[in-house]
Design a protein around this ligand. Structure first.
Ligand code: FPP
Length: 240
C-alpha cells in the first residue's frame, strides 16, 4: 500500500470529530483543560498537514450544542481557546492560505466572540488554499431546524412555493451552503458515533475511526486515514 501522500487520492473534504482530549489529559495526571489546550495545538498542526496534502476543505467539531452541559469551568476554557484562536486568525489564515468560516448558531455565543468570528471570516475571505470550517455551538439537528425555519419564512413571504422546495433549497439554507459534502469523516479516541455532527452532509461520506486521542493526532495518523479512504469503493447507492 502507498506510504506517501503523493501516491494517494486525496479527499477533497475531510471532517473531524476531535475526541479524547479529556482522556489524553487524565493519562498524564493533568486537568481536562490541558487536554483541550493540547487539542487546539493539534488543530493548528492538522490544518498545515491537510493543506500540504492538498485537502481543499477541512471541517472540525470544536463545540457542540450539547457541550454547554459540561462544567462551567470547562465551557469557559473552551470558549477562551476559541477566542484566542480567532484573535490569532489572521496569522493562522496567512500560514495556510486559509479561508476560515464558522458554522453553528452564533446567537448563543458571547458578543465578543461573534465579533471575532465576523472579523476572522472577513479577514480570510480572499485566501484560496484551505477552506477551514470551525463548528461552534453546532448541532446537525439544530442546523436542519434553522434551515427549515428559514425556508418556512420564505414560503410565508411568497418567495418560494412548498412544491418547489428541493434538496438544493435545503442545502442552500444550511450553514455549509456552497461547501461540498465531506468525503471522509475522522473520529478519534475509539468512539464510533456521529454525536449530531453534519447529519445532512454525511449521507455518503466514508467513516474512519481510530483509537488515537485527538492531541496525538498528527501527520502519520492523517496519512493512515487517507490510506483507509483509498481502500474504499464509493458507489453512492449505485453499482460499479
Ligand atoms: C472532545 O474531547 C473535544 C471537545 C469537546 C472539544 C474540542 C476542542 C478543541 C480541540 C479545541 C478548540 C479548537 C480550536 C479551533 C482552537 P473530550 O473532552 O470529550 O475528551 P474525552 O472523551 O476524553 O473526555
Amino acid at each position: 500500500m502507498a506510504e506517501k501522500l503523493t501516491d494517494l487520492v486525496i479527499p477533497q473534504h475531510i471532517a473531524i470529530i476531535m475526541d479524547g482530549n479529556g482522556r489524553w489529559a487524565k493519562k498524564r495526571g493533568l486537568p481536562r483543560t490541558a487536554g483541550h489546550r493540547a487539542g487546539a495545538k493539534a488543530v493548528e498542526k492538522i490544518c498545515e498537514e491537510a493543506y500540504n496534502a492538498g485537502v481543499k476543505y477541512l471541517t472540525i467539531y470544536a463545540f457542540s450544542t450539547e457541550n454547554w452541559s459540561r462544567p462551567a469551568e470547562e465551557v469557559n476554557m473552551l470558549m477562551n481557546l476559541l477566542r484566542d484562536y480567532l484573535s490569532d486568525s489572521l496569522t493562522n489564515a496567512k500560514k495556510n492560505n486559509m479561508k476560515i468560516r464558522v458554522i453553528g448558531d452564533r446567537n448563543a455565543l458571547s458578543p465578543d466572540i461573534r465579533d471575532r468570528i465576523i472579523e476572522t471570516e472577513e479577514a480570510s475571505k480572499d485566501y484560496t488554499g484551505l477552506n477551514f470550517q470551525i463548528a461552534i455551538n453546532y448541532g446537525g439537528q439544530d442546523e436542519i431546524l434553522r434551515a427549515v425555519k428559514k425556508i418556512g419564512e420564505r414560503v410565508k413571504a411568497g418567495d418560494i412555493l412548498p412544491e418547489d422546495i428541493s434538496v438544493k433549497t435545503i442545502e442552500d439554507s444550511l450553514d455549509t451552503a456552497g461547501i461540498p459534502a465531506p468525503d471522509l469523516l475522522i473520529r478519534t479516541s475509539g468512539e464510533q458515533r456521529l454525536s449530531n455532527f453534519l447529519l445532512w452532509q454525511l449521507s455518503y461520506t466514508e467513516f474512519y475511526f481510530c483509537d488515537t486521542l485527538w492531541p496525538d493526532f498528527g501527520k502519520k495518523q492523517l496519512l493512515e486515514a487517507i490510506k483507509y479512504y483509498n481502500t474504499r469503493d464509493r458507489r453512492y447507492g449505485g453499482v460499479k
